[in-house]
Design a protein around this ligand. Structure first.
Ligand code: AHM
Ligand code: MG
Length: 362
């Protein structure tokens, strides 16, 4: 059950309770684990089967395994490249491969999924016959986002998107993945940074962040009901590409850099080069992340199904916005698994400015 703030009031279970202002009261003073929180959300949804909670909980374990490997990456021989290229034509780093396998192996036998899709795999990943069949969800993921940053000990992440299966095929079909972002039943990301943090939104609920306490190996609720500021002071874009931008994009970025006290400009530039991290910072502080299309890549670089759409789902739940060139990200009907889209995402006010530039209204 949710109150008028969208706050879960799982009074019966007394797992996690929010007062009428949406402020959390933690009956468990040692901290609310993510499993307990997910259970609380499940109990607040009538007729929930528990499958979605089960799926999320398994995914949480997979990300803890990845976090463990990321943290010891400098100590063992997992840094560096495998010598292979993935289907995007990019070099595959060893940790990418590890993260991809960890998620597949953690999820394939759970019975919750009909199929998976990964940035690292060409087609959809079938659930092998030896595993339970007939799962009612799909999982699309970027196992290790920001892979160019791995060797430099800069934060990287995992992004995931969950849809309900729509086809009648027990093993799922491509159509089950080619659903609009607005149809997601849950989405989230993990940042492997100075600490490991998982942020997710599910069903009609809000956006919640959990920080991994490595001493007990648990994600504990640290950021309930994240809301993105209406306007920010940060723009994030790879300006090394500016010579390939059209005049609309050049004008947009110039606008954010122009001095105008009344509208709080100039904005500061912050660009990590890991989408998850750039997005997360802007989610907390406000601002806009942009990866525009350019002369070489009209659709930009980022992928709709497992990068743009899940972050757009979270951003929208947090009160922000996200657009491609002319459409809201969540409204785009995907046509291919690894489709790329231009992306402008963050504070609503800032994304609206981008929208106006893209439409030629500014
Ligand atoms: P990846 O999934 O292969 O790591 O690529 C996606 C990453 C994003 O995390 C980031 O926003 C972008 O690529 C950075 O690209 P660029 O180096 O062109 O600025
Ligand atoms: Mg990636």
């Amino acid at each position: 059950m949710y109150n008028q703030h969208g706050a879960m009031v799982a009074v019966k279970s007394r797992l996690v309770i929010f007062d009428s202002e949406g402020v959390i009261k933690m009956p468990d003073r040692l901290g609310v684990t993510i499993n307990k929180f997910i259970m609380g959300e499940q109990l607040s949804i009538p007729h929930a089967t528990g499958d979605f909670s089960g799926l999320l909980n398994e995914l949480v374990v997979a990300t803890k395994v990845i976090a463990r490997e990321v943290n010891k990456a400098g100590l063992v021989d997992v840094l560096g490249k495998t010598g292979n290229t993935n289907i995007q034509g990019e070099e595959v780093k060893k940790l990418d491969e590890y993260a991809n396998t960890a998620i597949i192996q953690k999820m394939d036998h759970t019975g919750y999924l009909c199929a998976m899709a990964s940035e690292e795999e060409d087609g959809i990943i079938e659930i092998e016959d030896k595993h339970p069949q007939g799962g009612s969800y799909t999982l699309a993921f970027d196992p290790l986002d920001g892979s160019s940053n791995i060797d430099a000990n800069v934060s990287i992440g995992t992004i995931f998107s969950i849809h309900r299966k729509i086809s009648s095929a027990p093993k799922g079909t491509l159509a089950d993945f080619l659903q609009r972002g607005s149809e997601q039943v849950g989405a989230g990301y993990v940042i492997y940074g100075s600490s490991t943090m998982l942020v997710y939104a599910a069903g009609q609920g809000g956006v919640h962040g959990f920080t991994l306490d490595p001493s007990i190996g648990e994600f504990l609720l640290s950021h309930p009901f994240i809301k993105i500021p209406e306007r920010g002071k940060i723009y994030s874009v790879n300006e090394g590409n500016s010579h390939k931008w059209d005049d609309r994009i050049k004008g947009m970025v110039d606008y954010f850099k122009t001095d105008d006290k009344q509208t709080g400009r100039p904005y500061s530039s912050r660009y990590i080069g890991t989408l998850v991290s750039d997005f997360h910072r802007n989610l907390l502080y406000g601002g806009v992340f942009m990866y525009p299309g350019d002369a070489d890549n009209p659709n930009g670089k980022l992928r709709l199904l497992y990068e743009a759409a899940p972050l757009a789902f979270i951003c929208e739940r947090a009160g922000g916005g996200s657009i491609a060139d002319y459409e809201d990200i969540l409204d785009i009907e995907p046509t291919t698994l690894h489709q790329r889209v231009p992306l402008y995402i963050g504070s609503k006010g800032d994304v609206d400015i981008c929208r106006k530039f893209l439409k030629g209204e500014m």
